[in-house]
Ligand binder design. Structure first.
Ligand code: FAD
Length: 473
């Protein structure tokens, strides 16, 4: 009997570990929840709900393949090896199958599981699945990991031009397994048994049906991707794929995304328009951050990539931090982004950059506080991409923005939310202002009476303060 352990890969199609397990024999599926561990990793409530809703649906979808899904809850990940051994022995498991996860805690958890199971004669097979290319295979001429995205991307393009990573064939239904207390009684479903727990309307906006999500991918590729390079930076437009929550919990695979992108080219790596290339490059940023998280374990441990930035004198400014967190900074584009995230669990990429740079540069507040706040509120919160994005904006990461290139949030707002429609949606106190005034309501008229704060920081002097702090550190 094979045991397939679902983690951040809650799908049936194109799932390496599931496919391999089904090739080896009859399967039982397992998911392990640990609310305390999830809290340690600062996972957002909305992300947890989304995950549980998806597990509920996955259980139903697996039933049509006669694969029962057991859902277990454990206190912490350190409790997993013993529980897994007990379960494997109870079910006569020959081999456990799972896809590799790249964070330091995840790797250490799996090593402990492997050691204990193998001591007891049970094989633990781990597979590359979350990235397009297996970890440690994208290397420079000296065999070292790339630290610059453009060189990493070039190498990826070389690999893609040889062949595109293929999706696995669909799995077949297996013969039904005999009834068992572990999967036939509703009481064993623990955390996914009670749908009424899932009350968050913002989470309900995201589908948990795998076929629907594949449909969203197809729609994006068919109708939107050709405009992506022109429209992706404008937060008022619905012009990016919004697939990040699905890629993050693994409802969608990276191979499926790539194959869809090149479907019109019959699966050949042939770039036909700039939209296609720009979207591919975003998928490769995701790839870059996952590979680097694995290659540089310090990134999982809250350390900056650039050691030289360890001594930056970050300000201890709890009131400024709270204003940023709640979208009350008096800088409309920043507040719009922060409020979008609080209300929906998602924020547009351009605004993630603006808000992150505003915190780490204009407010000179430690980027790790921002990283944690994003993690606590994003439905797509992902250690690799979030850490990568924050360290890029804070100029502490590899291939990050130079510290002296600080976005001016007002110019960004005027450029990317020209008509002010994004601000109008998320900062309704300013909705009546015209497209010129809305980006900087008090600039021309400091006495304007609005139920909206004045800027908590002067953009010019705070920019100089940040540059000095970085230069002297
Ligand atoms: C400070 C900061 C924090 C971020 N935190 C996260 C996070 O926790 N989780 C997350 O998935 N993304 C994060 N990103 C990256 C990016 O903002 C989101 O992936 C993107 O906004 C998701 O929207 P989309 O699915 O419409 O993306 P699209 O523009 O359609 O891009 C397609 C996919 O490519 C990947 N991608 C796109 N841009 C990036 C990027 N810059 N870095 C890594 N992957 C990328 C995502 O998987 C995305 O779904 C962060 C960026 C910044 C600047």
């Amino acid at each position: 009997m094979q045991l397939i352990w679902f983690r951040q890969d809650l799908r049936i199609h194109d799932h390496t570990a599931l496919w391999q397990a089904t090739q080896a024999g009859p399967c039982i599926a397992l998911a392990i929840r640990s609310p305390a561990q999830s809290a340690l990793h600062q996972d957002a409530q909305i992300k947890n709900e989304f995950y549980l809703r998806r597990l509920q649906q996955l259980k139903l979808e697996l039933q049509s393949y006669n694969i029962p899904l057991i859902v277990q809850e454990v206190p912490l990940w350190k409790d997993i090896p013993a529980i897994l051994l007990q379960l494997a022995q109870q079910l006569n498991i020959d081999a456990l199958h799972a896809n590799i996860e790249v964070g330091v805690n995840e790797l250490s958890r799996d090593l402990h599981v492997q050691t204990l199971l193998e001591k007891n004669g049970i094989v633990f097979n781990l597979y590359h699945d979350r990235t397009l290319f297996p970890l440690v295979t994208i290397r420079n001429q000296s065999g070292q990991p790339y630290q610059v995205f453009s060189a990493f991307k070039k190498k990826c393009y070389e690999h893609l031009s040889l062949s595109l990573p293929q999706c696995y064939p669909p799995i077949q239904a297996q013969a039904p397994l005999p009834p068992h207390d572990l999967w036939d009684s509703a009481s064993v479903d623990g955390p996914i048994a009670d749908s009424s727990l899932f009350a968050d309307a913002a989470s309900l906006a995201w589908s948990v049906n795998e076929a629907e999500v594949l449909g969203l991918l197809d729609d994006f590729i068919e109708h939107q991707v050709q405009y992506y390079h022109q429209e992706r930076d404008f937060p008022a437009l619905d012009s990016t794929s919004r697939l990040s929550p699905y890629l993050n919990i693994g409802m969608l695979s990276i191979r499926q995304s790539l194959q869809a992108l090149f479907r019109a080219q019959q699966g050949h790596f042939h770039i036909e328009h700039p939209g296609q290339q720009t979207w591919l490059d975003e998928l490769l940023w995701r790839e870059f951050y996952l590979h680097t998280l694995f290659d540089f374990p310090k990134l999982s441990k809250h350390a900056p990539f650039k050691d030289s930035t360890r001594n930056i004198p970050w300000r201890d400014a709890p009131e400024d931090l709270a204003a940023w967190q709640q979208g009350e900074t008096g800088i409309p584009i920043v507040d719009a982004g922060m409020r979008q995230m609080l209300a929906t669990g998602w924020m547009h990429n351009r605004v993630r950059m603006i808000t992150a740079m505003f915190l780490s540069k204009n407010l000179l507040i430690d980027w790790r506080l921002g990283e944690a706040w994003f993690m606590q509120h994003l439905i797509d919160g992902d250690l690799a991409a979030n850490n990568g994005g924050w360290q890029w904006c804070a100029s502490t990461g590899m291939d990050a923005v130079p510290y002296f290139r600080i976005f001016n949030p007002i110019s960004q707002s005027q450029k990317f939310d020209h008509d002010g429609n994004y601000i109008r949606q998320w900062v309704p106190e300013l909705a009546h202002l015209d497209a010129k005034t809305i980006h900087e309501p008090y600039a021309k008229n400091p006495d304007l009476r609005l139920d909206y704060p004045k800027p908590i920081v002067d953009l010019k002097s705070s920019r100089v303060r940040a540059i000095e702090a970085f230069k002297n550190s």
